[in-house]
Design a protein around this ligand. Structure first.
Ligand SMILES: [Fe+2]
Length: 477
């Protein structure tokens, strides 16, 4: 592979450092160079969102998650691939860019109080976490604010929207329940009592505020998972220092306290009976992401990536500045929640250091066999970006890593079913990959049934794009 780009990782630094540079080369859909052979039945668009700058002007954000959002998309049409990459343009992002300095406190970066009082902005919508497609519309999501609508044609920013129902925030992790032809999501509202707002977004219909469920305290919830009948939340022992936030002291995550003595509350909300949630108190643990959940004989089976505590946040903060001082600690777990006995059991199902678990869309809310996740592979890898994609067979425990090659840094793997396929794993795994040697980004197309094989194809951008957090595949209609 040849490249005219300059590799900017300083000598002695790992190759993945090059993925943490500010992105400025916005462009609409244009042909991508394809290596290998794209499957003819792979038709649709992969969209990914993540933080694409790491500061403004001379000032750097303290945390990866403070970067402004950008979207990377690749459209496959059976013959070739076209790619687009754009920065997202919310009012708060625009105001900060115009100011040339950080003017609002965010997830992990606080501005000094004097700046907040003189030139600061109270609101920050970084639009940097995920992308949601719903009823032909596309939205960039950020859990601290409302969705930002993007043009499905060329991804330019249309504007913030509350979908006519959102009263507080809207999380970056909506989940679809195929059996109900509806997508569900939540938001948070801090007050005398912290409330979880629940929303439903039916296919073809208008969004609706389902109701509210009180939480045990002011906490942070990043993701949840849905079954056919329940919405499941792990309310970890993080508590927000509300008064410090009201006074504008410190960034959001700096005001989160880990209080293990509180334990984690497993909160199960019946979709059709919001007023009667089941609450199970269990040992303290932390989770960012769920893979899937389903109902089995009155119990809920929940697969998720588990952490012993919230030190994962320091790891993520350090990532955007250099090599983290500790190892990543996420491990795939399977929990069983017995709703009658009100018990919670969990067991580690893979010793791999992992994150961003996904399943095939056809098994969402149903019993699944395979989970695809980003993993750390090789000595010392746990202090860097994910460097491999794995497939875990939950029936046998077999773990297989896809062959990406050295110095390849993938994002969350997205499974796309093969047209006419009947087996759960009959399809493709797509991942955005930063290729450190060439300092360029591509989307790799992997054969989900054959992890040991070479990738089927790679669609190359002629530039690097920072690591994105989440995304999805929108099939071509
Ligand atoms: Fe997430």
């Amino acid at each position: 592979m040849t490249s005219t780009a300059t590799k900017l990782s300083p000598p002695g630094q790992p190759g993945w450092r090059g993925a943490f540079r500010d992105f400025t080369k916005d462009h609409g859909f244009q042909p991508l160079r394809v290596e290998g052979k794209l499957p003819e039945d792979l038709r649709g668009t992969l969209m990914r969102v993540g933080p694409v700058n790491f500061g403004v002007g001379e000032e750097r954000y303290k945390h990866w998650f403070d970067g402004d959002g950008g979207i990377l998309a690749v459209r496959f049409d059976g013959r070739g691939a076209r790619g687009a990459a754009r920065r997202i343009d919310t009012p708060s992002i625009r105001a900060e860019r115009e100011a040339g300095r950080i003017i609002s406190s965010g997830y992990g970066t606080a501005i000094p109080l004097w700046r907040r009082l003189t030139r600061g902005a109270k609101k920050r919508n970084a639009a940097n976490t995920s992308v949601m497609a719903w009823n032909g519309r596309v939205f960039a999501l950020y859990e601290g604010d409302v969705p930002t609508e993007l043009s499905p044609e060329d991804l330019h920013t249309l504007g913030e929207t509350n979908l006519d129902v959102i009263e507080g925030t809207f999380s970056a992790h909506p989940h679809r329940v195929p059996g109900r032809q509806t997508t569900y999501n939540f938001g948070m509202r801090y007050g005398r009592v912290t409330l979880l707002d629940l929303y439903e977004l039916p296919d073809g219909g208008a969004a609706r505020h389902l109701g509210q469920v009180p939480l045990p305290g002011p906490t942070m919830i990043h993701d949840y998972i849905a079954t056919e009948r329940h919405l499941i939340f792990f309310v970890t022992p993080l508590r927000l220092k509300i008064f410090r936030m009201l006074l504008g002291l410190g960034a959001y995550s700096e005001n989160l306290e880990w209080l293990p003595e509180l334990g984690t509350q497993v909160l199960v909300v019946p979709i059709d009976d919001l007023a009667n949630p089941v609450r199970i108190e269990t040992e303290p643990f932390y989770t960012w992401h769920f893979a899937n959940a389903y109902e089995r004989d009155g119990s809920l089976v929940v697969d998720y990536v588990r952490y012993p505590d919230f030190s994962t946040n320091a790891w993520l903060r350090e990532m955007s500045h250099g090599v983290p001082s500790t190892n990543a600690q996420g491990r795939l777990n399977r929990a069983t929640v017995d709703l009658k006995a009100r018990t919670f059991r969990t067991e580690e199902r893979s010793a791999l250091s992992s994150e961003f678990p996904r399943v095939a869309p056809r098994v969402q809310t149903r019993e699944h066999r395979y989970i695809y996740l980003g993993v750390h592979s090789g000595p010392g890898a746990q202090r860097g970006l994910l460097n491999a994609v794995a497939k875990v067979d939950m029936a046998t425990g077999r773990e297989e890593c896809f062959e990406l090659g050295d110095e390849q840094y993938p994002t969350e793997p997205v499974f796309v079913p093969r047209e006419g396929g009947t087996e759960e794993d009959d399809g493709y795994v797509l991942a955005q990959v930063y290729d450190a040697p060439s300092d360029q980004t591509h989307v790799v197309v992997l054969d989900a049934r054959n992890p040991g094989a070479e990738p089927l194809a790679r669609a190359w951008f002629d530039h690097a794009f920072p690591v994105t957090l989440h995304g999805g595949f929108m099939p071509m209609k």
